[in-house]
Write a new protein. Sequence first.
Length: 172
Amino acid sequence: MAGTLIIDLPKCKTQDPRRIGCSYKHHPNNRGVVALLEKIQFALICRQCQAAPCVEACPRNALEKVPVGPDESVLKRATMLCTGCGTCAAACPFGTIYTELVPFAADVCDVCRGRLQDGEKPLCVRTCRDGAIDYRDDVTIEGDLVEVFPDIVVRVPAGARWQPFLREPTSA
């Protein structure tokens, strides 16, 4: 069974994420951890509306809801279609869309699959100097841990999350 990448958001704020190494091949210039943190932040604040007025408002059809389960989906932005006009942000009934936070890619982290196969931990775990990122087997999602993507959980400050709007832990 694969392990889980654990990102401690309060600890991450104490250092520059650009100094944490990332070996994900789709992130040149070592921007992987920055992109992952942006996607996590968006997953924690977007309320994933059923109607998704932001998707309907986009004049370039750059936003889409991608199904991730029987009753849930995530918002995705098409890299080459978005002009940054902000129409989606204006249409958001909760005011939680910030155009810089809508992820451009469906996948920003592969949890260093190649390194894991070689018996190594993900590069971000090795290069994060204050323990804000860890990789462990048998992680129980409880307390201040929230699963935001398969294989990736975040530790949030107690009481800082909107429980009804977050993904439920996936069953094994």
